[in-house]
Design a protein around this ligand. Structure first.
Ligand code: ADP
Ligand code: MG
Length: 254
């Protein structure tokens, strides 16, 4: 059975891309077939997995707007079991162009339908906004994984995100659920991080993953080598914790 998970939070810099890439890579090392869809025009998941953004013949943009088959844009990564639908700055235009298209919210869902069964997990790296690209991701997905940074104002903006999730459930995707809430970038040297963790647990209860992602320099270094942290330094704390998360995601799905 294949599962499609949107990694979303309209706040920037909370660890969406880091989580998409490294959870994907961790699932792949555990033997799952994984497709990552880069739905952010910044293309950080694309470059972070070693795919040259500027040299793309086609990308998610052409899939959504020109409706070319998604199979034609899927690229292999250097890691076994891990593929990506790349994006670049061109995708920014899709946000506007989609507005005038009929059934705009289900473009991604339709595009992915013929290939869903080929993967155990499809992870979507969402943009830092709640526009058409996020709505497409939520409409296509079974669940949303919400990274929350262990920082001041961690819960800020989450009401808006939950409202959007409800709207999607009501209008486009009745079975859409929260996969889990992931605390990211925890700094174990300060109390603040732990206070925020408590606050997030009070709000989301058992939806919060037991696995917490610590601040780890390897996680921020890996993308500049075009590698997941699993490839870059599999013995780092960052790699270990994303493998832990992957195990938790797998066991939650059983
Ligand atoms: P988003 O996709 O939500 O904007 P990113 O995943 O790009 O967030 O993370 C924002 C920045 O923080 C990036 O520079 C990334 O390398 C860094 N980062 C993310 N998670 C961690 C972590 N656990 N430890 C250290 N740096 C991190
Ligand atoms: Mg990002």
């Amino acid at each position: 059975m294949s599962k499609m998970i949107a990694v979303g939070n309209q706040k920037g810099g909370v660890g969406k891309t880091t989580t998409t890439v490294n959870l994907g890579a961790a699932l792949a090392t555990l033997g799952k077939k994984v497709l990552i869809i880069d739905s952010d025009s910044q293309g950080n998941a694309t470059s972070g997995l070693g795919v040259e953004r500027s040299a793309l013949d086609a990308s998610l943009y052409e899939v959504l707007i020109d409706q070319i088959p998604i199979q034609d844009v899927i690229v292999e990564t250097s890691q076994d079991n891990l593929w990506i639908v790349p994006s670049n700055i061109q995708l920014a235009a899709a946000e506007l162009e989609l507005v005038n298209i009929e059934n705009r919210e289900s473009r991604l869902k339709e595009a992915v339908a013929p290939i869903r069964k080929n993967y155990d997990y499809i992870l979507i790296d969402c943009p830092p906004s709640l526009g058409q690209l996020s709505i497409n991701a939520f409409t296509a997905s079974d669940t949303i994984l919400i990274p929350v940074q262990a920082e001041y104002y961690a819960l800020e903006g989450l009401t808006q995100l939950l409202n959007t999730i409800r709207l999607v459930q009501k209008t486009y995707n009745r079975n859409f659920r929260i996969e889990g809430v992931l605390i990211t970038m925890l700094d174990a040297r300060t109390n603040l991080g732990f206070e925020v963790m408590d606050e997030v647990r009070k709000y989301f209860h058992e939806k919060v993953y037991r696995t917490v992602i610590p601040r780890n320099i390897r996680l921020s270094e890996a993308p500049s080598y075009g590698q997941s942290v699993i490839e870059y330094d599999s013995r780092s704390r960052g790699a270990e914790m994303y493998v832990e998360l992957a195990k938790e995601v797998i066991s939650n799905g059983e």
